[in-house]
Design a binder for this molecule. Structure first.
Ligand SMILES: N[C@@H](CCC[C@H](N)C(=O)O)C(=O)O
Length: 269
């Protein structure tokens, strides 16, 4: 079986080619692979009846999830190289996604439409998704409150802050990640709007922790910012591991994510 170690803007993946050999790891095996290879997620490329490939995703804690934007760009590059096509289709548990090449060796993925309903996120009760009733810290002087929420095939809560570097994300992230308002947990973004076309973002990922970049997190932060009128529908997202360019197009309501992909090594195992 072929294994690729890749990253998208520093978000690290161990990608297994499970198209001709079955790959059915236990939770413990996923945890060990992620720890040994320093991967935020473990990915299996499987055969799909109608799409170029099916992408299965596990977080580093061993839980299976339905979306991972940066891994979709990595798998997209592998499939573009392998097939020679201009555009490839990637099926995930969440959606059918399309990947293509962009200028400067970057890869673009059409991430589909954001889901805005409170049941879609999901939340445990009906709330205004533009700012949910959640406070972190002392009741009379919360450190953070009212994150915006959205689903990009996975749940995201986004706090808009003045200075992302002023927050102890490893301490705050887990308090939001498993807050009872999120029955399936949530990814937690800390977004600082620099100007209408630029956002500095750090993401505490559900079941993976603080990563150098989160693709769906970047899409979620841009959607929440644009929905609140803080930015336009296109922005450069500055993450710890590099930049992602997000474009939430009015024409089809889809979110397009463009960014770098790096192959660290490949091996036959
Ligand atoms: N790294 C990702 C997101 C991976 C899944 C996430 N931690 C979750 O549990 O939903 C990305 O690039 O989107």
């Amino acid at each position: 079986m072929k294994l690729w170690k890749m990253n998208g803007a520093g978000n690290a993946f161990a990608i297994f080619d499970a198209r001709s050999t079955a790959f059915t790891p236990t939770v413990e095996q996923i945890r060990k692979i992620a720890a040994d290879l320093k991967a935020d997620q473990v990915i299996a490329m499987e055969r799909d009846a109608t799409k170029d490939v099916f992408m299965r995703i596990w977080n580093s804690d061993g839980s299976e999830v339905s979306a991972c934007g940066n891994a979709t760009r990595c798998v997209g590059l592998l499939m573009l190289d392998e097939t020679g096509k201009d555009r490839v289709t990637i099926q995930t548990e969440a959606d059918m996604l399309r990947a293509s090449r962009a200028e400067g060796g970057l890869i673009t993925v059409d991430m589909g439409s954001p889901q805005m309903g409170w049941e879609d996120i999901p939340l445990s009760e009906k709330m205004d998704v533009r700012g949910v009733d959640l406070k972190i810290g002392p009741i009379d002087a919360p450190i953070l409150s009212r994150p915006a929420v959205v689903s990009m095939g996975n749940p995201h809560a986004v706090f808009f802050v003045k200075d992302v570097d002023a927050y102890d994300i490893p301490a705050i992230g887990p308090l939001v990640e498993w807050h009872p308002l999120f029955p399936e947990g949530t990814n937690v973004g800390f977004a600082q709007v620099i100007d209408r076309e630029t956002i500095r973002l750090r993401v505490w990922e559900r079941a993976a922790g603080l990563t150098k970049a989160c693709g769906t997190g970047a899409c979620a932060a841009l959607v929440c910012a644009a929905r609140a009128g803080l930015t336009g529908r296109k922005a450069r997202m500055i993450l710890d591991g590099g930049d992602l360019f997000i474009d939430w197009r009015e024409t089809d309501d889809h979110v397009y994510m463009t960014g770098p992909v790096e192959l660290e090594f490949e091996a036959e195992i």
